[in-house]
Design a protein around this ligand. Structure first.
Ligand code: NAD
Length: 365
């Protein structure tokens, strides 16, 4: 897939290079008609401009559907996040985007609130700060996992699932996956499988979330857990479960594994985890998918609330209210208009973005 310029963006693609480190990075500002683009910084050796562009577009839609006063953007720093000089990399990146005022950085894969503190220190424009310096630490608080569980409570009724006792499988046990596991357990669901980059564990009878969290913290992988059977990461998608939550990386559900998926409901914790071919196949089989920019908007909503100087309780209330309403709205629209949920959500988002663009001058940043 190439980057496609369409009726809403992207408005800027900025390549950054700091030869003294060396460091390469890219920022895509997709659309700013509704406000400055808010979006995370992804740090990975593999991140490229195409991935950042796709993520930036997702942020445009996510902000619009959540009715936030923000547009969509995203950044990618091409580096291993465990590099010993990672602070220097972040500070350099921050200085290079100092004048790109329409982009507000936030955390994404490979970075956390400490990295946001470095960016704040350099340019004073960031969301997702540590609590000690006025932030709402969205990963620590589990904003996105909380939102996924709120979305599930609404979506289960459409998929014919009782969330109490529902069997849940989660791919990825980082900020999103861990918080999702906690909040789904609180709602009475049963976590039957979880994986990280080194593999996974499965127990049809249910896994204890607190034990998995401790094992991940102490040994770095859920595979070290004695609970359940160790599985290969890819096996997680084929397990007998009711709800599947991809919470790791992009394009992990594809045409080759979609046919074997047994879940009736997929909540996209990760951004763009399902290819469009797989989405079509799953829809034909009656598998309901709540798309990323509806289901995983909790982190973005909390980041926007922090930027607007709201407190933690107000942020959680906003996540619950917005995600529940949006899940219901897009699933109703999908049913009544015979659309896939993603298409229904995209229509709403595009309408909001294009109508905001009508109020803006040619250069609206
Ligand atoms: P993270 O870096 O904290 O965790 C990622 C997890 O995925 C880790 O446990 C890692 O081991 C695992 N992983 C990586 N590759 C894997 C693979 N092939 N199979 C199984 N597990 C694998 O990242 P995160 O913040 O939890 O984000 C996860 C996804 O959710 C990303 O796509 C991100 O863009 C998206 N997302 C995050 C937030 C947020 O609030 N953090 C909000 C919205 C969307």
């Amino acid at each position: 897939m190439k980057i496609q310029l369409d009726d809403i963006g992207p408005s800027k693609i900025v390549h950054l290079y700091a030869p003294q480190i060396p460091m390469r990075a890219v920022v895509v500002v997709d659309n700013t008609a509704r406000g400055p683009a808010l979006g995370g910084i992804r740090v990975s050796p593999e991140v490229d401009v195409e991935e950042v562009y796709r993520l930036a577009r997702t942020m445009t839609f996510k902000s619009a559907v959540a009715d936030l006063p923000h547009g969509g953007g995203k950044a990618g720093i091409v580096a291993d996040p465990r590099r010993p000089d990672i602070e220097r990399i972040f500070r350099t990146f921050a200085r290079l985007i100092g004048n790109l005022h329409e982009y507000i950085p936030a955390p994404d894969m490979g970075c956390n609130e400490n990295a946001m503190a470095w960016v704040q220190d350099e340019i004073g424009r960031v969301a997702g700060l540590p609590g000690e310096i006025g932030g709402l630490p969205l990963d620590k608080l589990g904003a996105t996992g909380f939102g996924l569980a709120e979305s599930a409570e609404v979506a289960c009724a459409y998929a014919g699932i009782d969330l109490r006792g529902a069997r849940v499988a989660i791919q990825g046990f980082g900020s999103v996956g861990k918080a999702a596991a906690r909040f789904f357990e609180q709602k009475g669901a049963r976590l039957i499988a979880v994986s990280d980059s080194r593999g996974g564990v499965h127990d049809a009878g249910g896994l204890a979330v607190d034990k998995l969290l401790a094992v991940k913290e102490q040994q770095g992988t859920v595979c070290a857990s004695r609970a359940g059977k160790v599985i290969r990461g890819e096996e997680l998608f084929q397990l007998d479960c009711d709800i599947l939550i991809p919470a790791a990386t992009a394009d992990v559900i594809h045409k080759e594994n979609a046919a074997g998926i047994k879940a009736r409901l997929i909540l996209e914790g990760a951004n763009i985890p399902t290819t469009s071919g797989a989405e079509q196949l799953l829809a034909e089989r009656g598998v309901l998918i709540v798309p990323d920019f509806i289901a995983n908007a909790g982190g973005l909503i909390m980041a926007a609330m922090e930027y607007a100087r709201k407190n933690e309780a107000e942020a959680f209330a906003a996540i619950s209210e917005k995600i529940r309403a949006n899940t219901r709205r897009i699933l109703d629209k999908a049913q009544s208009e015979g659309l896939m949920p993603r298409a229904a959500a995209e229509r709403i988002a595009r309408e909001r973005v294009t109508s905001a663009m009508r109020h803006r001058a040619y250069s609206y940043s």
